[in-house]
Design a protein. Sequence first.
Length: 459
Amino acid sequence: SSNQMWGGRFAAGPDAIMEAINASIGFDKRLAAQDIAGSRAHAAMLAATGIISDSDAETIREGLLTVLSEIEEGRFEFSTALEDIHMNVEARLKEIVGEPAGRLHTARSRNDQVATDFKLWTRDQFDAFEQGLLALIRALVDQAEAGAAWVMPGFTHLQTAQPVTWGHHMLAYVEMFARDLSRVRDARKRMNECPLGSAALAGTGFAIDRHMTAEALGFDRPTANSLDAVSDRDFALEFLSTASICAMHLSRFAEELVIWSSAQFRFVALSDRFSTGSSIMPQKKNPDAAELIRAKIGRIFGANVALMTVMKGLPLAYSKDMQEDKEQVFDAADNLMLALAAMEGMVKDMSANVDNLEAAASAGFSTATDLADWLVRETGLPFRDAHHVTGSLVAMAEGKGCDLPDLSLEEMQSVSGAITEGIYDVLGVHNSVASRLSHGGTAPARVREQVARWKEILA
Ligand code: ARG
């Protein structure tokens, strides 16, 4: 039989394959609560503007609440023949309340409904994203505070470069996640306009009050252009692109945790709660959560590319292509929230191996730059020459199989006569980091200032 929503124009129902490709109810049932909230706001507005009677609006309101509890309690029978959540809800409303249900769709279309529902859902995800980031940032600031003075190797090219502090490394991620947070808040503000009442594409001749529905649904204002309102998926794309950048940050940190927890590095011990064992190798403790976080970027970035590709080239206004928006965002959001929570848990639980960090920081000639800087400061040597002298000393130490502080003063003086006993002060890793007091530098004093700044921001 033909569809009850548009049967007037149709003699035959759809082919089974048509129904399968067309239906979105399998996934857009996740928008049920938003759909019902939108319908309630719309019905109340239709009554307030005199377009439907107060008693019809009340009947609709009660019916929608019944539908909502049926869905929430798992008693609702979703029908593929009814295509999507919007028609499933309305058809059930009709079964429950009869004729007044047919008045609900005055001055609106599914195009406004889906845009509104999906925006409401995505807005909640932006809020969850914000909370997830804040929790992670707090955990990182706590780590930074604990280890403001712990020394570890800083790397470039994953080769030992200079000693840095643990706190400084943690705060580097705080900066990244705080930029993510700012992107989330910015996008959330921009997307908060209500599409409801666009009436498919052109607006309506009914004297509706779009400000009223916008306000009821927590939007800042109604959208200004009905064509744009039903065609816009920027909000979903901003969610996905913001999520992609954040997932990239998460993935970099996850990669570091995988490396740091290895037997070769032993910088950190991950907690049992965020590790797994091996079924064959009894000694193993694997950083699976970190690995999965590292991998999640794939599907989140994939969702971003997929939806960009769906949207490119679509003429205004709505096209059914846009039905492909939701699964991408659902999947990306689910996995992002999981990754954020897992990272927060790992960061909270992990313990730094302070001795190993310091030993690693001291190896690999990590204070060579301090040595060169000392020559510039104390002997007036141009930096390029100091660099050369230091290079020769590194080569000497490497030849002897020792570290820079192990070279005797005589050995050092054989390379440069200007070197004095004072050089040994700067070859220690603690002095090295303590000296890096420039704005944004790694010195414990600077880290503590930054920790205090973040605590104030987060308070
Ligand atoms: N299920 C549709 C979607 O997800 C809802 C809007 C359908 N509108 C239409 N005119 N066919 O996009």
